[in-house]
Design a protein around this ligand. Structure first.
Ligand SMILES: CCCCCCC/C=C/C(=O)SCCNC(=O)CCNC(=O)[C@H](O)C(C)(C)COP(=O)(O)OP(=O)(O)OC[C@H]1O[C@@H](n2cnc3c(N)ncnc32)[C@H](O)[C@@H]1OP(=O)(O)O
Ligand SMILES: NC(=O)C1=CN([C@@H]2O[C@H](COP(=O)(O)OP(=O)(O)OC[C@H]3O[C@@H](n4cnc5c(N)ncnc54)[C@H](OP(=O)(O)O)[C@@H]3O)[C@@H](O)[C@H]2O)C=CC1
Length: 246
């Protein structure tokens, strides 16, 4: 996502806990586009002090911070009845609390300075459909959906826009191990009306739109990019078998 933003002309600060992977991302962007577009800053989004320090550093590096993408996440598949309180907490603290810490800290700074800004939260369609087997992450994403709509309305009148993207399956990062298995990949693709997995650049382009001035009247909205996946099958799988179809 950071690389695509840079290709579109932005300067970005990439954040996470692991210095090596951030440096690697910056090296790749430097290699493609030249130095000075991307910078690495470590942060733990679960910790409000770490978030404030990251935003201080980002402002030093970029001058002004115009946008925020809340992308950090964590999950492990598990039956709900086996999930411990600590396991539920571990995911919610990254996804829901982390999104809040970053959004509230930067939002406060923007409002105090009397300037606007744009936040894009990274959801998934299961934020509203639910997702058996990952109750921790689905609950946290559902909370972020409510946060998006609430702050989208609460801050729209003061120039701070809060929106979200809801990507479908991308064979990257935390899920590449799943979409990398040929059989799982085939079953996934079969269920997606668009007939293929999502490319990370397509998520980045959708987020870039929401961050841009083309979206100044868009507030509290979720842009779903899943090739129709969540609208298909499920309750209505039998529709494929109706007379006159296929
Ligand atoms: C199956 C469908 C998937 C669809 C996904 C499509 C959308 C994708 C969404 C994404 O979010 S992708 C991002 C995924 N990436 C990752 O999750 C990164 C790898 N994961 C982790 O690093 C960890 O799982 C974590 C969730 C981030 C937790 O890390 P943390 O260091 O905070 O955990 P611990 O201190 O080790 O443990 C805390 C707590 O959680 C319990 N726990 C941790 N892992 C598991 C596990 N695999 N199974 C069961 N329980 C686990 C652990 O036992 C601790 O609980 P307590 O002992 O304190 O009760
Ligand atoms: N991949 C997919 O198919 C889909 C992904 N999504 C969403 O897209 C986003 C990215 O997913 P994906 O790239 O697959 O996942 P990854 O696991 O590759 O990325 C998660 C990122 O979050 C960072 N992170 C985790 N915990 C923290 C923390 N406490 N503080 C700061 N950073 C943290 C990790 O860096 P580090 O560990 O170094 O801190 C890592 O860079 C997520 O929000 C996910 O829910 C949505 C739909 C589908």
């Amino acid at each position: 996502m950071a690389a695509e933003f840079c290709r579109l002309g932005a300067r970005v600060v990439v954040c996470g806990r692991t210095r090596e992977s951030l440096d690697e991302t910056v090296r790749r962007i430097d290699g493609e586009l030249g130095e000075g577009r991307a910078f690495a800053v470590t942060v733990d989004v679960r910790d409000p002090e770490s978030v404030a320090a990251m935003l201080d550093r980002a402002a030093d590096l970029l001058g002004e911070v115009d946008g925020l993408v809340n992308n950090a996440s964590g999950l492990f598949p598990i039956d709900a009845e086996k999930l411990t309180p600590g396991g539920f907490d571990a995911v919610v603290r990254i996804v829901l609390n982390g999104t809040w810490h970053c959004t509230s800290e930067l939002g406060r700074r923007w409002l105090a300075a009397g300037r606007g800004g744009a936040v894009v939260n990274v959801l998934t369609p299961y934020a509203w459909t639910g997702a058996p087997g990952i109750v921790h992450n689905a609950s946290a994403k559902g909370g972020v959906l409510a946060m998006t709509r609430t702050l989208g309305a609460e801050w729209a009148g003061r120039g701070v826009r809060v929106n979200a993207v809801a990507p479908g399956w991308m064979p990257v990062g935390g899920t590449d191990f799943l979409a990398g298995d040929p059989e799982i990949r085939r079953r996934l693709i079969d269920a997606i009306p668009a007939g293929r997995l999502l490319r990370a650049e397509e998520t980045a382009r959708a987020a870039a739109y929401l961050l841009s001035d083309d979206a100044t009247y868009v507030a509290g909205e979720v842009l779903t990019i899943d090739g129709g996946h969540h609208l298909s099958k499920g309750l209505y799988e039998f529709m494929d078998e109706l007379p006159g179809r296929r």
